[in-house]
Design a protein around this ligand. Structure first.
Ligand SMILES: NC(=O)c1ccc[n+]([C@@H]2O[C@H](COP(=O)([O-])OP(=O)(O)OC[C@H]3O[C@@H](n4cnc5c(N)ncnc54)[C@H](O)[C@@H]3O)[C@@H](O)[C@H]2O)c1
Length: 443
């Protein structure tokens, strides 16, 4: 990731393109429009409600982040996207059942206007869905071209100055990076020869980056986390980020685990189970798709606790993650965590967390923030992997060989310092010795 300049001003309209207009995407769009009309507050969004400290604690400077950095305003956003179903965003939001019909009715005209473009879909990647609103093409190269044509048409028809894309589509089946992902040349050959390891989400990422559109991946699929697309992003000067929105149980995990580790408390076992009944839950009911999610969720504890460095505290940790599809709960996921910890002299203790969360309510502000921050990054000439946005991801994408940072608070410091750096403000180290030196000097 490179930064050369303070960001250019956010002039004109920003188009937010979302492959996958399901629960998360429609909740974000409806919420952004409702917030624009003053009907509800965009709670959970740093770009809308977050503050940032500047300078010394004694200076009392805590502006809103949006007053520090030139972010696109809610009034300047235009929404679009693709889905394998033809429902407009109003219908899709009603079906998703996250927001109340009463709220949706108040933003109905704006939502009805957003109609999905036909999707690039491959059932072998998501066996539990059957879509009809899909593109046909002889090769994957041809399908990618069709997506690029969609992007250009959308930009022109909506008079957008800039675009960003955030993948909100279903979780695809698990694949490992292969030869076809190893370089841009191999990838482009694979597009022409219909290589089965090029997933639909990769075609969206490829099309976006080719068009100079920043791209973030909200699902655990590889998508842009392969050398070929990183190379393309660097070549085109486009910021990218991923993967898998950090909501619900993993959010709690990356709040709790760093706290326990910070106090050198041991952990013997962490059993996490969830029930959820939305379409995401249905897709994850397929073991191949669950595997993608499992890999993303499991890595978190190892990275935070580093058992190899602290075998006495975490060497025997048993970590299990389960997701169960349970239709009656809809989007209202319920998760249980049983954490077996131990303290002084090895004495055992237990923590139980029962989180009755609303998945899409937690994910929607992340989509908005990622879109606005990626747009900001592009205007600051930052390109390639944007590790400062790890804060939003379960499985943060980093440069090859660089271990990701999972601790939510370290991620926040990184995000805030990046904003300070961009805006020419002093970085904050939290050392704080200077306050005490000042007192001594004053004597
Ligand atoms: N809700 C959360 O808290 C959360 C957290 C982390 C990650 N995610 C991920 O975000 C994604 C969206 O979650 P959701 O709850 O909105 O799911 P959802 O099932 O409601 O929406 C996904 C949408 O993507 C569409 N889709 C599938 N393949 C597509 C393709 N190739 N092109 C275009 N559209 C396609 C589906 O038809 C569906 O409408 C999922 O991958 C999920 O795993 C969600």
């Amino acid at each position: 990731m490179t930064s050369t300049d303070t960001p250019r001003a956010a002039q004109g309209k920003l188009g937010i393109l979302l492959p996958g207009l399901g629960a998360v995407a429609t909740t974000m769009i409806a919420g952004a429009v409702a917030a624009r009309k003053g009907l509800a507050k965009p709670v959970g969004s740093l770009t809308q409600m977050g503050h940032i400290r500047l300078g010394k604690r004694t200076e009392g400077r805590y502006p809103l982040i949006k007053d520090l950095a030139p972010l696109a305003g809610l009034d300047d956003l235009v929404f679009g996207g693709w889905d394998i179903y033809a429902d407009n965003v109003y219908q899709a939001a009603l079906n998703a059942g996250v927001l109340e019909p009463r709220l949706l009715e108040q933003v109905r005209p704006e939502l009805e206007r957003v109609k999905p473009m036909t999707a690039v879909f491959d059932k072998s990647y998501v066996r539990n869905l059957d879509g009809t609103h899909v593109k046909q093409g002889a090769t994957k190269a041809d399908l990618a071209e069709q997506l690029m044509a969609d992007i250009r048409r959308f930009q022109q028809e909506n008079g957008c100055d800039r675009l960003v894309m955030v993948w909100c589509g279903s979780t695809e089946r698990y694949i490992e990076p292969g030869d076809v992902h190893a370089s841009l040349e191999a990838f482009e050959l694979g597009l022409l020869t219909n290589d089965p390891l090029i997933a639909p989400s990769m075609l969206y990422a490829y099309a976006a980056i080719k068009c100079g559109v920043p791209f973030a991946n909200g699902a655990p699929n590889l998508t842009c986390d392969v050398p070929a697309l990183i190379e393309l992003a660097q070549e085109r000067g486009v910021p990218i980020a991923g993967k898998d929105f950090k909501t619900g149980q993993t959010l709690m995990k990356t709040i709790l685990a760093p706290g326990l580790e910070a106090r050198a408390l041991g952990i013997k076992g962490w059993f996490s189970t969830n029930i959820l009944g939305n379409r995401d839950g249905l897709v994850l009911d397929d073991p191949e798709n669950f595997r993608t999610k499992e890999v993303s969720k499991l890595s978190v504890l190892e990275q935070v606790l580093k058992p190899e460095l602290r075998p006495d505290l975490y060497g025997d940790l048993y970590h299990k993650v389960r997701i169960n599809y349970y239709p009656p709960h809809g989007d209202n996921k319920e998760s249980w965590d049983n954490i077996d910890i131990f303290g002084w002299m090895g004495y055992p203790m237990q923590i139980k967390v029962n989180f009755l969360c609303r998945d899409s309510i937690l994910a929607a502000p992340i989509v908005l923030d990622l879109a606005l921050f990626l747009d900001l990054a592009q205007r600051a000439d930052m390109s390639g992997i944007q590790e400062w946005l790890s804060f939003y991801f379960k499985s943060p994408q980093t440069a090859e060989g660089l271990p990701p940072e999972h601790d939510l608070f370290k991620q926040l410091i990184k995000l805030q310092n990046t904003l300070r750096h961009m805006m020419g403000e002093d970085l904050i180290t939290h050392l704080g010795l200077d306050y005490y030196q000042d007192l001594v000097d004053a004597l």
